[in-house]
Design a protein around this ligand. Sequence first.
Ligand SMILES: Nc1ncnc2c1ncn2[C@@H]1O[C@H](COP(=O)(O)OP(=O)(O)O)[C@@H](O)[C@H]1O
Ligand SMILES: N[C@@H](CC(=O)OP(=O)(O)O)C(=O)O
Length: 519
Amino acid sequence: MARAAARPIVVQKYGGTSVGSAERMLEVSNIVKSSLDHNRVIVVLSAMSSTKKAEGTTSRLLEAAKEVLKPNSQRYLDIIDIIEEGHLKTVENAVTKGPAYDDVVRDVKAECQRLRSFMSAAEVIDEISPRSRDVMISTGEKLSARIFAALLQSQGVEAVYVNLDKLVEEQFDEKAIDQTFYDYLTNRLTDILGKCTDTQVPIVTGYLGPVPGSILTTIGRGYTDLTAALIAVGVKAQEVQIWKEVDGIFTADPRKAPKARLLSSISPEEAAELTYYGSEVIHPFTMEQVIRASIPIRIKNAFKPEGNGTVIVPDGWRPPQHAESIEDFTPGGTRIPKPSAASLSTPPHHAPTSHPNGFAEDDEKRPTAVTIKDNVIVLNVHSNRKSVSHGFFAHIFLALDRYGIVVDLISTSEVHVSMALSPNVKEVKLERALIELRKYGTVDVIRNMAILSLVGKQMRNMVGIAGLMFETLAKHNVNIEMISQGASEINISCVIEEESAQAALRAIHDECILGEYVE
Ligand SMILES: Nc1ncnc2c1ncn2[C@@H]1O[C@H](COP(=O)(O)OP(=O)(O)O)[C@@H](O)[C@H]1O
Ligand SMILES: N[C@@H](CC(=O)OP(=O)(O)O)C(=O)O
């Protein structure tokens, strides 16, 4: 037991598509089992998504929740039937027949029946509160984690299903969700996981309980990354691994920029900027939690486990004693030689090869990555000069706050303010906000815009990078509506028309990041 206790802990979070079918779950079980040779492993699961997230279980549950409130529609029951059928089919194809199989079939049916009763009750009272919607979506993670635990049990692994739906036991003010709340969650997770023995493998629901104000508004989709991060902090894990369907973080979205390169490592600040401005590879709240505890996050591809992935390395992070640098560090606790293709078959044992700051040595003078955020609306407000400037700004932001409108970028002069609004602004709320804003000046509304952001830690010290960025855009005839530099030293952003966004991304990527600049 003493030897087992010394094994470093790795928290592995698997996204919905990574566990979206029996075949996928079986492949993930191989990754987990090979990790157990060197680590204690805590698995965090998202709800199953057979193809993409938009068609996954969580999305179906949200659709069912909407159907509940439609008069004379029982379609929500059909959706639950489809969810139940899909999960039972996964059980049939993934779990070996025996006691674990029988138990999980019973539990899947019981969970779906609970959901039917819960939704029927909501139909009767004709109301779904944010909290009850949270309870509904929790079914997705409960089903996937329960099935995966059974699968491992049927293969002889001592897996334990851990349901976090009662994680939050105290009352918190939804307006004051801050670090105190996250520390509370971390402590609760430490208590719950502390009950598992060293030989057990906890299979944890990525749903982390009814969060004040609702998990979807307070944290948002993709919340399971945050659960994994909080667990990692609580159990002092050596690494958090986020297993997805992409090799890691690239210099640009690989679907949009064909020449995009995989980054072997990146700083949390850069990763946070990229996630916020459109490259949402991991949930933006994840970084802050693990940075505080100085735990690296590794993003890996569950479809190609042999890859090294991208490591988000906290500032000031020092490799554990056994490793002299990030190149030597692997969570297995042993120093391993540079991998050959054959040795890469044990997934968590890999050795990143580039510089820990995210740049290969000869790329130090280049930005790290470029990203695009679509569906942006720009508001230009010109003051009518009936109030002094501080009053002008105060009125503008109070009006936006009243309607829950989030501003992503801002650029100002004393009597003028341009704001790029975060996507998915509700039209009704925008209309109401505009009525108020027009009291303070004339307002232009420009739709179908995109934010283009060039991100890089080294940009703090780079002279001429903004010049190069805007010159490149000019050369490609991209019209710039608004520029913002300085709020974050590691990000230069501008707003452009959505229809030129892809071409602009490619041009900036190839010329400013890869250095393929031509006069
Ligand atoms: N810089 C980037 N590096 C890697 N992926 C990126 C980047 N920017 C955007 N993406 C996109 O983010 C997605 C994240 O992967 P995936 O796991 O498929 O998403 P989801 O969690 O939404 O199901 C990929 O499809 C990828 O195209
Ligand atoms: N299942 C949830 C939470 C989540 O984290 O998803 P994923 O791991 O697939 O990003 C969602 O669809 O939002």
